[in-house]
Write a protein that binds this ligand. Structure first.
Ligand SMILES: Nc1ncnc2c1ncn2[C@@H]1O[C@H](COP(=O)(O)OP(=O)(O)OP(=O)(O)O)[C@@H](O)[C@H]1O
Length: 326
């Protein structure tokens, strides 16, 4: 079969499952993925968002052929993930990059380029270019063992970019970066998308996901619990309003008999959030109890709220980790 990256979606995952054997006798199992479906279209930035242990890295490791799935299929450009030719189209940033410490940043990125079949003057120029893009030109001659965590992260991203891949798969790309570094990383990812690169990345940093993604999937306990464009997902949230009440204490507000989404006491006032449908009833109850409504405004939909709702709806005792069977 010929490989034509324009024909098939860059990533197609169907019913993917992964069970790890754990325990001293390997007699327990952790279900890290439970029937995951994903499809990433060409040129998209797709985010995997989820709490610790949700299965994000496992998904990425399966796509990079570092972990074998227990069931289901994972295809890159329509091909099984173990095809070397497909793999060459992908630049990969692992969760905890551990590059050869005795190489300099420049040597490491050059080696990565050579492993992708690059060489000569073209490679030298490209290495210079990507080290500049990740703001590491100043340290390119320093051995990696002298780098800080954030510098290692930057040089690891440079190795992912060096071959001008058609797709980037990035596991926690902003981890270990300072605010300036996080901003640079975001700008780099957006610049890659602008030149047509498909990007899959995972994170639990909600502002990064919000700033970058065209689409996203929320994973909890190895299952996809939300999926769509950021706009679609936010507009599907139930509208609610923020109300500031004066003259009542927090306990009094909580006992008005109206279901409240959140409450916060602020020097003599109570700020609360309530579903739009309940807001009129709440106002009536506040006035009847002798309180005053200081302000009322539509609550801003946030990805954080969506994420918290997704965790709540998933009904798991803990949001952390896969399902452990003994
Ligand atoms: N090599 C392994 N052996 C046993 N269990 C594992 C292994 N790798 C992951 N797990 C388990 O699988 C589940 C999913 O882990 P995974 O690393 O995919 O989650 P994650 O969403 O990337 O989490 P984090 O945000 O904390 O990096 C967790 O319960 C984890 O303990």
């Amino acid at each position: 079969m010929t490989l034509n990256p324009t024909d098939a979606p860059p990533i197609q995952v169907r019913g993917l499952s992964k069970t790890y054997k754990v325990g001293f006798w390997f007699n327990k199992t952790v279900r890290a993925l439970q029937g995951l479906d994903l499809e990433v279209g060409a040129g998209q930035i797709y985010g995997l968002l989820g709490p610790n242990g949700a299965g994000k890295s496992t998904t990425i490791k399966i796509l990079m052929n570092l972990v074998r799935p227990s069931g289901g299929t994972a295809l890159l450009y329509g091909q099984p993930v173990d095809q070397a030719a497909t793999r060459r189209m992908v630049g990969f940033l692992p969760e905890n990059p551990s590059p050869y410490e005795y190489l300099t940043g420049r040597e490491f990125v050059t080696l990565a380029g050579q492993l992708c079949g690059m060489g000569g003057h073209e490679l030298d120029l490209r290495v210079k270019e990507v080290l500049g893009a990740v703001d590491m030109s100043h340290a390119e001659k320093l051995q990696i063992r002298r780098y800080s965590k954030g510098m290692v992260q930057r040089v690891a991203l440079a190795q992912a970019l060096v071959s001008k891949p058609k797709m980037l798969i990035l596991d926690e790309p902003t981890s270990g970066l300072d605010p300036v570094g996080r901003r640079q990383m975001r700008d780099l990812i957006l610049a890659e998308r602008d030149r047509g690169t498909t990007v899959l990345f995972c994170s639990h940093i909600i502002p990064d996901v919000e700033a970058l993604c065209d689409r996203l999937a929320v994973l909890v306990g190895g299952r996809r619990v939300r999926e769509g464009s950021v706009q679609q997902l936010l507009s599907a949230q139930v509208p609610s309003v923020e109300v500031v009440v004066e003259g009542l204490k927090l306990d009094q507000v909580k006992n008005l008999g109206v279901s409240l989404e959140s409450t916060q006491a602020l020097d003599g006032r109570v700020m609360l959030q309530v579903a739009d449908a309940d807001s009129q009833r709440l106002l009536g109850q506040v006035l009847a109890a002798g309180g005053r409504v200081n302000s009322l405004q539509a609550a801003k939909f946030s990805l954080e709220q969506l994420f918290m709702d997704a965790l709540k709806d998933s009904g798991r005792a803990s949001s952390v980790g896969g399902e452990i069977n003994t």
